[in-house]
Ligand binder design. Structure first.
Ligand code: GLU
Length: 428
C-alpha cells in the first residue's frame, strides 16, 4: 500500500505533496469503494509504459541544446492512450506520470473510449524562437513516434502548447510514416482536420459542470462573483461563459500577477489586453493585489485554471468561495481537500470539470476517422450532454456513498477501468 503517497516504483520519488503522491492518495481513498474490483487496484499505481527521450536541437545561434522529453502511457485498458503535451521548465517524469494517470481517470469518468497518457518537455518556451520550438517539437515527435499513432496514443495541447504545435506534430508523424495521418493528434488547426469548438472546449466544460453544480447548491449564477487563477485558454473561455450566464469576474491571477475589480472586470477589454501583453497585469480597469491575497478574495466561485498543487491546507483555510471548479489538473492537494471539506466548500474535481477539452478531442478523432465534419452547434450540444450526464451520475454516486465528488468520480472511473481490466484478463 502507498497510503503515505510515496511510490513503490524504483524510478520515481514521490511525497504526499507531489503530483504522483497526490494521485496515489486519491487511489487509496477510492479502493474501499470498489468491492471485488479492488483486487486490481495495483494496476492503477503502475504506469503501463514510460518513455524518456533526449531532444537535441540546433538553436538559432548554431549551438546545440538538449531537452528532456517524456511520454507516459498510464493505461491502455479501455482504448488508445490520450492526453496532452506540455512545455514547461519544471516538467518532471513524476509530474507527467500523475498527469497521465489523471487522464486515465478523466477519460473513464466521462466514458470516452480511451486509456490515459501525457507528454512533457522540460523547456521554457518563452525563451525560444518559433523556429527553435518547431525543431524541438519535430525531434520530440520523431523520438516518441515509436509509441504514438491514431490507434496507439493521441497527443493534444496542454500548458504552453497549441494548434500550431499540433500541426508540426501531425506533419512530422505523417512524413515519417509516409501517409498523412490527421488522427495522430487532436487540437489541430481546423483547416488540418481540427474540430470546431476545440479551442474553447475545456473552458466550456468548466462552465457547464460549474453551472450544474451551482444549480444543485441553489446558488444563482446571476451576480455570482468569480475569481480565476490562470487566464490562458481555459480561464479566459470559462470567464466569458460565466459572464454570459450573469456572473462577474472579480479577480484574475496569472504568471504576471493578480488583478481585482469587485464591480467585475470588463472582458471585452481584458482579453485583448492579455493577448497583447502576455499577462493581465497592467490592465487599466482593475487594482493590483499581492499574489497570496488572491486566495482570500471575496467570491462565490473560485476557478484554479493554471498548474497543479496550488491549494494546500493553508490556502484552503482562507478561501471565501462556496464552490471550486478545477479547470487545471491536480490543483488541490489532499491536505487542502480535507480543509475544504471541513469548511463545507464543494470542489468539482478536475477529472470531470476540465474534461470538456478531451471530450471534443474525442469528437475530433472520430471526425478525422470518418472524414466527416460536424457543425460547432452540434459539437457544443453533444459536449453539453456528455458532461451534464457525467456530473449527474457522479453526483448521485457521491450522495449514495456519502463521499466527495472527487472520490465519487474516481469510483465511477475506476469501476469502468477495472471491469475492463478484469474482462481482458492478465496476459499471458
Ligand atoms: N490537455 C487536456 C487535458 O488535460 C486535453 C487532453 C486531450 O485533449 O487529449 O485534459
Amino acid at each position: 500500500m502507498n497510503a503515505s503517497g510515496t511510490s513503490s516504483l524504483s524510478y520515481v520519488q514521490s511525497s504526499p505533496g507531489s503530483p504522483w503522491g497526490s494521485y496515489l492518495m486519491q487511489i487509496d481513498r477510492v479502493a474501499p469503494h470498489l468491492g471485488r474490483l479492488g483486487h486490481w487496484i495495483e494496476t492503477l499505481k503502475h504506469p503501463k509504459r514510460t518513455l524518456i527521450v533526449d531532444v537535441p536541437v540546433e538553436l538559432d545561434d548554431g549551438s546545440v541544446a538538449h531537452f528532456e522529453g517524456y511520454r507516459v502511457q498510464h493505461s491502455l485498458t479501455r482504448g488508445p492512450g490520450k492526453g496532452g503535451l506540455r512545455y514547461h521548465p519544471d516538467v518532471t517524469l513524476e509530474e507527467v506520470m500523475a498527469l497521465a494517470a489523471w487522464m486515465t481517470v478523466k477519460n473513464a469518468a466521462v466514458n470516452l473510449p480511451f486509456g490515459g497518457a501525457k507528454g512533457g518537455i522540460r523547456i521554457d518556451p518563452h525563451r525560444h524562437s518559433e523556429k527553435e520550438l518547431e525543431r524541438v517539437t519535430r525531434r520530440y515527435t520523431s523520438e516518441i513516434g515509436i509509441i504514438i499513432g491514431p490507434q496507439q496514443d493521441i497527443p493534444a495541447p496542454d500548458v504552453n502548447t497549441d494548434a500550431r504545435v499540433m500541426a508540426w506534430m501531425m506533419d512530422t508523424y505523417s512524413m515519417n510514416i509516409g501517409a498523412t495521418t490527421t488522427g495522430v493528434v487532436t487540437g489541430k488547426p481546423v483547416h488540418l482536420g481540427g474540430s470546431l469548438g476545440r479551442v474553447k472546449a475545456t473552458g466550456r466544460g468548466v462552465y457547464v459542470t460549474g453551472r450544474e453544480a451551482a444549480r444543485r447548491l441553489g446558488m444563482p449564477l446571476q451576480d455570482a462573483r468569480v475569481a480565476i487563477q490562470g487566464f490562458g485558454n481555459v480561464g479566459s473561455a470559462a470567464a466569458e461563459l460565466f459572464v454570459g450566464g450573469g456572473a462577474r469576474i472579480v479577480a484574475v491571477q496569472d504568471h504576471g500577477g493578480t488583478i481585482v475589480n469587485p464591480a467585475g472586470l470588463d472582458l471585452a477589454e481584458l482579453i485583448p489586453h492579455a493577448h497583447r501583453h502576455g499577462t493581465v497585469v497592467g490592465f487599466a480597469g482593475a487594482e493590483v493585489l499581492a499574489s497570496e491575497d488572491f486566495w482570500s478574495v471575496p467570491c462565490d466561485i473560485l476557478i484554479p485554471a493554471a498548474l497543479e498543487g496550488q491549494i494546500g491546507a493553508e490556502r484552503a483555510a482562507r478561501i471565501q468561495a462556496r464552490l471550486i471548479l478545477e479547470g487545471a489538473n491536480g490543483p488541490t492537494l489532499q491536505a487542502g481537500e480535507d480543509v475544504l471539506a471541513d469548511r463545507g466548500i464543494l470542489v468539482v474535481p478536475d477529472v470531470i470539470c476540465n474534461a470538456g477539452g478531451v471530450t471534443v478531442s474525442y469528437f475530433e478523432w472520430v471526425q478525422d476517422f470518418s472524414s466527416f465534419f460536424w457543425s460547432e452547434d452540434d459539437i457544443n450540444v453533444k459536449l453539453e450532454r456528455i458532461l451534464v450526464d457525467a456530473l449527474k451520475h457522479i453526483w448521485h454516486t457521491a450522495e449514495t456513498l456519502r463521499i466527495s465528488l472527487r472520490t465519487a468520480a474516481f469510483v465511477v472511473a475506476c469501476t469502468r477501468i477495472l471491469t475492463a481490466r478484469e474482462a481482458r484478463g492478465l496476459y499471458p
